[in-house]
Design a protein around this ligand. Structure first.
Ligand code: GTQ
Length: 354
């Protein structure tokens, strides 16, 4: 039994006389709460995650090498998992979030499957490769944010002559926490294409909805938020909107049906940090994954400095102060479990450490 969880009210000296009782109780699968309470109900979050940075210049050669040793089809998904160094072997970048770099070569197909976990794709490099969701393809370009909703058939293909790389973010650790996971393989390599490319954008991408539309899930029906439009929004916002001292110009991706977050479990944002901007310290209960899209800068996380540039990924643990500084106009994509925390009334944040 771990002693560090001992409730602070417990007299440590008296514990030796209670051991015999604890031993007998254990045989009945009974355990004294007062020996573990301190570790179960925490004074403040104590994350096993540590701040970490993955430089694109370090990651890319490993992705290319992975292509030499296994095909997308054999791997099912050829992904190098970004593992938080505080939780090696657990396939977690934060406690609740999975992140991995997926690479698909010209002509390859990542076969169709579906699972309860939802996925986001944030495109790093390449063009003319697609993700198909429920029989509709979307071509992906760098900076695009693409969603695979829970339990939808999806496959990926690359019709170009260059490798395609994107960052996957999945919520399977939340699904698994609740033992609610299922998966299913499609009988064929790909799901038939049943809707034209751009169908979802036509239905939902113009602040208009088909008049009889009825939502079928809590995920946004838009499954590609193209970077060209996101970048334009940030650029235009920055010309008139008051800058936020913690976030610069930061926008969240929303579901046009209800104005809520785009995904039911994963919150997603894009932010513009103008050249020279230095943010005020901030912390929140959601561990966050950041991807640099453009520009460069540094983020100081609990006193530790991480310099980043295009395609670098870094993570900030829960309840850890961080501040950004942009050395050129910089754009950061980010995601976290914040939407889940908000639904459960867990979320807290603190602006400024004074
Ligand atoms: O593309 O469906 O990184 O199922 C991990 C699990 C990607 C995917 C991942 C997956 C996928």
């Amino acid at each position: 039994m771990a002693n560090d969880g001992l409730a602070h009210t417990v007299n440590r000296e008296a514990e030796s006389g209670r051991m015999e009782f604890y031993g007998r109780a254990n045989q009945q699968h009974l355990a004294p709460l007062w020996r573990v309470l301190g570790g179960l109900v925490l004074e403040s979050p104590k994350s096993p995650c540590i701040p970490a940075l993955w430089k694109w210049s370090d990651v890319r050669p490993y992705l290319m090498e992975a292509c030499q040793i296994i095909t997308a089809e054999e791997a099912e998904r050829r992904v190098l998992v970004l593992e938080n160094p505080g939780m090696p072997g657990e396939s977690r970048i934060t406690r609740s979030m999975f992140a991995g770099m997926q690479i698909i070569l010209p002509g390859e197909v990542a076969p169709a499957h579906r699972h309860v976990a939802s996925a986001l794709r944030f495109v790093i490099e390449g063009k003319n490769a697609y993700t198909a969701v429920s029989g509709e393809r979307t071509m992906m370009a760098p900076g695009d944010f693409v969603i695979t909703p829970s339990w939808t058939w999806h496959d990926h293909g690359n019709l170009s002559t260059e490798p395609m790389v994107w960052l996957d973010g999945l919520d399977m650790h939340l699904v698994n926490l609740m033992d609610a996971g299922f998966r299913d393989g499609y009988p064929d390599k790909t799901h038939p294409v049943v809707r034209p490319e751009g169908a979802a954008d036509a239905e939902f991408g113009y602040n208009l909805l088909p008049v009889d539309y009825k939502p079928g899930s809590q995920t946004t029906p838009i499954f590609n938020y193209p970077y060209t439009r996101t970048r334009e929004a940030l650029d235009r916002l920055a010309r008139f909107y008051p800058i936020d001292p913690c976030f610069g110009f930061k926008m969240k991706y929303v579901n046009p049906i209800d104005g809520g977050w785009a995904m039911p479990t994963i919150a997603t944002w894009m932010q513009l940090l103008p050249k020279g901007f230095k943010s005020m310290p901030y912390r929140s209960t959601d561990g966050v994954v950041f991807v640099c899209v453009e520009g460069s800068g540094k983020t100081t996380i609990n006193g530790q400095v991480f310099n980043w540039g295009p395609h670098d990924v870094f993570t900030v643990p829960s309840w850890t102060f961080y501040e950004h500084e942009a050395s050129s106009d910089a754009v950061l994509f980010s995601f976290s479990d914040r939407v889940s925390q908000e639904k459960l009334d867990f979320f807290r944040e603190q602006r400024g450490n004074a």
